[in-house]
Design a protein around this ligand. Structure first.
Ligand code: PEP
Ligand code: MG
Length: 591
């Protein structure tokens, strides 16, 4: 039966494929396709893993039989019996074989997929005792996965088919192997998303998350359709269901009828044609009708993103979120050399164009590791995040600063500091930058010049610009946080996402005020939050006087199209009117 789930539109486009449900806790399990010739060895890997766990349990049982009833409580023996029974469960074994043989999933992926199928059945059981056996199932799967780690896995070969769009024919014939896969999860951390940069998935759906949560931001940078905040989707969608993601409308359609499939297939082709049309603008300079030259920069997460930025026509990197180099490493931070090499790769990747490296912005929805998620503090977004985190650990911060300064010897680098608010923090930061230079001098290590800038992403910063203008070479407006902190809306919380409004008059006043003040003082200013890549806001930002936009590479051409049609002389008075409105959103056609 067809049904739809409303979520939040994150990354545009339509994806049609089969659902792959992945538990958030198992996101680090490898997902790749094997070759048909590898089916037997892959099944053998699971079998060997399972046998190792069975042997371990049997050994434990044997040692227990020598104990007296006091040391070997009845619960423990019963538990081991249950674990053995689950390991021998026919449905588990045959299901895993099915995913490997019929879908060519690698062994770990096949095991966790089948685990999800069975876990769902446990959830639906009336009997509480049986329902609770789900935890045992999780435990044995965990053990098998661990045992499999010792068994060599074939080389990961992402299969080309994953990026292929299915034809209408495929969909109607219900071709089970060669169709795109849609990842469905309760939640994904930003670092999980990063893993999927090279992934086999054609789209993402999550139950939770706001439109500008960092998970959504990374999804957007992958440039594949995604919907977040589609509540309960990980419970309502079943493994292998056909699903459609409408990334423009934020809708998920489950088990679509042939008519609906045909309709979305048509929409998908229209989107591809539109992209084709936009690609013709690649070499067109971003200049408005009245001759204003506009700078279009890229936001990146990793040095490996730079070829995509160059290909999209970016004239530099306006925001390198360096924290992604620090995440998902079990707390082991990258040392100076590793960071230096990463920054250097990004600089060289941009082929002489400027690269703005933002110092780490760890905290809130970007924990160093999922397991280190800050649940201890009531308001992590207001806590030890970004520059506060860096200033609390000067040795770590100095390491990063030295790496950036060294990399600056290889190209034009701008150093950007996130979440500053106090003059004292500014002075402390600048003195640490001097200190890092002095350390390099003492070591005799060469380094290059950097321009230093601050992010304006806290209302207090936007309201005390004078201090920032005095100390910094340039400013970059982080609208994602500026909106969050101005409106007191958690950007990652889908339950208040309808109140997260870039067009609230207070937000517009802070953004416009910052741009105007910078223009008046001849200071460089750009917007690097998601507002910069939102085509429905391009004209408004141009009208406010903005001439530098930084966004995901995939959004550059669409924004350029808006710029080519704009006349800033006319937009300036119009923007004034919009800002004076009680509900400015009413004059803007959201796309
Ligand atoms: C912002 O807050 O707008 C920004 C660009 O930084 P981040 O999204 O990484 O917090
Ligand atoms: Mg921010």
């Amino acid at each position: 039966m067809t049904f739809s789930i409303q979520g939040l539109a994150v990354a545009r486009g339509i994806a049609i494929g089969r659902a792959v449900l992945v538990a958030s806790s198992r996101m680090d399990v490898a997902h790749y396709f094997i070759k048909p010739a590898e089916i037997a060895s892959e099944i053998e890997r699971v079998r060997a893993g399972r046998n190792a766990v069975v042997d371990e349990i049997r050994r434990l049982q044997a040692s227990i039989t020598h104990m007296g009833p006091k040391e070997a409580p009845h619960e423990l023996t019963a538990l081991l019996d249950v674990h053995l029974m689950l390991l021998e469960d026919v449905e588990l074994i045959s299901g895993v074989k099915h995913w490997i043989t019929d879908r060519l999933y690698n062994a770990e992926w096949a095991l966790t997929t089948q685990l999800e199928v069975i876990a769902r059945q446990f959830d639906e059981m009336e009997d509480e005792y049986l329902r609770e056996r789900k935890a045992d199932l999780e435990q044995i799967a965990e053990k098998v996965l661990r045992a499999m780690k010792g068994v060599a896995s074939p080389v990961v070969t992402p299969n080309a088919r994953s990026t292929r769009k299915p034809s209408q024919q495929d969909l109607l014939l219900d071709d089970t192997v060669d169709v795109p896969l849609i990842l469905v999860a309760h939640d994904l951390s930003p670092s999980d998303m990063l893993q999927f940069k090279q992934s086999v998935f054609a789209g993402f759906i999550t139950d939770v998350g706001g439109k500008t949560s960092h998970t959504a931001i990374v999804a957007r940078s992958l440039d594949i359709p995604a919907v977040v905040g589609a509540r309960l989707s990980s419970q309502l969608v079943r493994q292998d269901d056909w699903v459609i993601i409408d990334g423009d409308a934020g809708v998920v359609v489950v088990d679509p009828s042939p008519i609906i499939l045909a309709e979305y297939g048509f929409k998908q082709r229209q989107g591809e044609l539109e992209r084709g049309r936009l690609s013709r603008l690649l070499h067109t300079p971003a200049v408005t009708l009245d001759g204003q030259k506009i700078e279009l920069l890229a936001n990146i997460e990793m040095p490996e993103d730079t070829p995509g930025a160059v290909k999209a026509g970016a004239v530099g990197v306006g925001l390198f979120r360096s924290e992604f180099l620090f995440m998902g490493r079990q707390g082991k931070l990258p040392n100076e050399e590793e960071q230096f090499q990463a920054y250097r790769r990004a600089i060289e990747g941009m082929q002489g164009m400027p690269v703005t490296i933002r110092t780490v912005d760890i905290g809130a929805d970007k924990p160093l590791d999922k397991s280190l998620k800050d649940d201890a503090h009531l308001n992590p977004a207001l806590g030890l995040r970004a520059i506060r985190w860096s200033l609390a650990d000067p040795a770590m911060f100095l390491t990063q600063l030295r790496a950036i300064l060294r990399a600056a010897a290889f190209g034009k680098v701008k150093l950007l500091i996130p979440m500053l608010v106090h003059a004292s923090e500014i002075r402390q930061t600048l003195s640490l930058i001097d200190h890092a230079r002095a350390e390099l001098d003492n070591r005799g290590t060469p380094y290059g010049p950097v321009q230093i800038g601050a992010m304006i992403e806290i209302p207090a910063a936007a309201l005390t610009l004078k201090v920032f203008l005095r100390y910094f070479d340039f400013l970059s407006i982080g609208t994602n946080d500026l909106i969050q902190y101005t409106l007191a809306i958690d950007r990652a919380d889908e339950s208040v996402a309808h109140l997260y409004d870039p067009l609230h008059p207070a937000v517009l006043r802070l953004v416009a005020g910052t741009i105007a003040e910078c223009v008046a003082q001849g200071k460089e200013v750009s917007v690097c939050g998601e507002m910069a890549g939102d085509v429905s806001l391009t004209r408004l930002l141009l009208g406010m006087g903005l001439r530098s936009f930084s966004m995901h590479p995939a959004q550059i051409l669409a924004v350029k199209q808006e710029i080519l049609r704009a006349d800033t002389a006319k937009l300036a008075p119009w923007a004034e009117q919009v800002m004076a409105d009680e509900e400015p959103g009413q004059r803007i056609t959201r796309r």
